[in-house]
Ligand binder design. Structure first.
Ligand code: GLP
Length: 263
């Protein structure tokens, strides 16, 4: 794994956007896997700025979101359909036909999960999967003990994730069930980019990067990925034993590699 530690959450957003933009400029038909949550908001804001000010073109880009709640209308403020519309889709020139978010309202949820896998395959697979990180080490909604071989399916959230899922849900909280890409779906992407910010993520970051490969920490599956980058602010990196080494690698990163990754 490539570990990049930057000073602030703002810088995580900007650096993540640069990586996405570098790929889209190189391959205008890129297929992106996209996350929701607080962490990627800065990345979306920077991509919107690049679209407006630098003409970054999304018209041929295809997107697949990681996950969605079950049984929530797409215009509910807590839904990920709504999140993507608010923070990204309505501000850029994506073709709505190429924007995919799992359908938590499908008559058959199982069929919708299978169809999602098929749609990813038909698009040629995901070129770059951007990810957030749950406090217990989940990616997407792959909660602890999710099979490392899992594909898109229905999952049951933990109490911790229910609480962390935001204020849009009111007193009763979010639905208990979600659709999420599986761990193996995520590992199938040609590149992965995981973002984590804040002290609240430090323990999960250390377990993901330096702990054993285990379904107890689904994000640790990224250790198997040939091209995974973990982009952290200083607070999220605070529990890493080898932080000085990761900083040295970043300082000595060859120019050709920097250009390839960030344009
Ligand atoms: C949710 C999402 C994840 C996200 C995680 C972290 O559970 N399903 O995809 O990575 O929360 O969210 P945040 O960035 O708000 O900390």
């Amino acid at each position: 794994m490539e570990i990049v530690i930057v000073a602030s959450p703002e810088e995580v957003g900007v650096r993540a956007a640069r990586r996405v933009a570098a790929l889209v400029r190189r391959n205008p038909r890129a297929v992106l896997g996209l996350p929701t949550g607080e962490t990627p908001k800065g990345m979306y804001a920077e991509l919107v700025r690049m679209h407006r000010e630098e003409g970054l073109d999304f018209s041929h880009v295809t997107t697949f979101n990681l996950d969605e709640f079950v049984g929530v209308p797409p215009d509910h403020p807590g839904s990920y359909h709504y999140y993507m519309h608010q923070h990204f889709v309505r501000h850029v020139n994506l073709d709505p036909a190429r924007v995919h978010v799992p359908d938590g309202n499908a008559a058959s949820l199982e069929a919708a999960c299978d169809a999602y896998e098929l749609a990813i395959a038909r698009a040629g697979g995901i070129d770059l999967q951007v990810l957030g990180l749950g406090g217990e080490g989940h990616i997407g909604f792959n909660e602890p003990t999710s099979s490392l071989g899992s594909r898109t399916r229905i999952k049951t959230l933990t109490d911790d994730t229910m609480v962390a899922s935001g204020s849009a849900w009111g007193a009763q909280g979010p639905p208990r069930h979600v659709i999420t890409m599986g761990v193996a779906t995520i590992l199938g992407a040609r590149q992965c980019l995981l973002l984590a910010c804040g002290a609240r993520k430090a323990k999960a970051v250390a377990a993901m990067v330096e702990g054993p490969l285990t379904a107890r920490v689904p994000a640790s599956a990224l250790q198997l990925h040939p091209r995974a980058c973990v982009l952290l602010d200083a607070a999220a990196a605070a529990a890493l034993e080898l932080a000085d080494y990761y900083r040295a690698i970043e300082r000595h990163k060859p120019d050709w590699q920097r250009r390839r990754d960030e344009g």
